[in-house]
Ligand binder design. Sequence first.
Ligand code: ADP
Length: 350
Amino acid sequence: MKEQILGLLRSVVHPEIGQDIVTSGLVEQVAASEAAITVSVRFPKSRDPFAVKIKNQAEAILKEHFPEAKVLVMIKEGGQKKLPDLKEKTTTGDITKVIAVASGKGGVGKSTVAANLAVALKNMGFRVGLLDADIYGPSQPKMFGVEDYIPDAEEVDGMDQIVPAVAEEIEIMSIGFFIRPTDALLWRGAMAVNALKQMIHQTKWGPLDFLVCDLPPGTGDIHLSIIGEMKISAAVIVSTPQQVAVADVVRGVEMFRNEQVHIPVAGVIENMAYFTPEELPDNKYYIFGKGGARKVAEEYDVPFLGEIPIVQSIMEGGDTGRPGSTFDERVEEVYREIADKIVGNVMKNG
Ligand code: ADP
C-alpha cells in the first residue's frame, strides 16, 4: 500500500524544483492503514509558496484512489528530520513507547484527549493500547463502549495475565473494570496503587507501538507511583484556556521535569480552545481567552502541540461509546496533527 501511495505521489510535481515530491525527497513520512493515510511533506524553505497547492493536489489524488480512507497530507517546514525506526524495546514488556496524558485538574478533557489520541495513532497505522489509570474517574470504558467488559485471566509462562478489552482495534485496560463508581473513595491510596501495578505489569498487551496512559488529574503521590512503575517516553499535558487551568500546567511540567522523575514533556495541548458555529465554519470564537496555554508552553520551553476546538461530536462521542475522531473527520484531523507532532517529539527524544 505504501508503494502504491508513493507511486501516486510521484505524479505531484513541485513547479520550482521541477521534480516530483517523491524523487526530490520532499515526502518525509507515509503512514497508512485501510482506514487512514497520513503523509508528511517537508519543504526545506519556510512559507514555500507551492506548499498548499501541493498538499491539495496530493490529498485529491490519494482520496480519489483510496475513497474509503481518511487522507491527511501535512506540511512541514525547515531542515530534514529523519525519524528512527520504532521497533526498539523498552522495559515495559513488548511495548515500544508509553505516552502519558496528564492534566493539572479534572474536567479539562484529559481522558477525551487520551481516547482520541489513541484513535489517531491507530489511524496512522500504529498498534495502540490505552491504559486508563485515572482512579478518581476512569472514563475510558464508557468512552469506548466497553463498560460491561469483565477481564479474563490467562496463564502465560506460569503467570496469570489480564486480558484487555478491544474496541476500535485498540487494546484497553482500565481501573474501571475492577471498581464500581461508588467504590472510588475507598480505592484511593494504597489499594488503587496495587491494582494499578498489577494492571501495568500483568496485562496481556500487544505487541504495541504505543501505549497511551490516561493518568489521574493533578500531581501527587499516585502519579509518582505510576511513573515509577513503567518507562514513560513522553508526557503530554492537557489544559483549557482558563487561567486557573493554565497555572496548573506549570505544576505538571515541573513534576515531569523533577530530577528523580525526568520524563520528557512532549508538549501542551489546549483543549476547548475555541468555538466555531456550524453555520460560520471559518469563525473562531475564543470564549475562554486566547493563547494562554501556548504562552506558558513557550515560557517553560515545552512544545505547544495545538488547539482542540469545542465540538459537539467530541462531547457526544464521550457519551455514546465511540470517540469523536472515529466518526467526525474534522475532529480526527485535529487529533492526527497533534499525534503526528507527538510521534515526532517522542522519536527525537529517543
Ligand atoms: P478529564 O479527563 O480531564 O476529567 P474529560 O475528558 O472527562 O475530562 O472531559 C470532560 C467533559 O468535557 C466530557 O463531557 C467531555 O465529553 C467534554 N469535552 C472534552 N473535550 C471536549 C471538546 N473539545 N469539545 C466538547 N466537549 C469536550
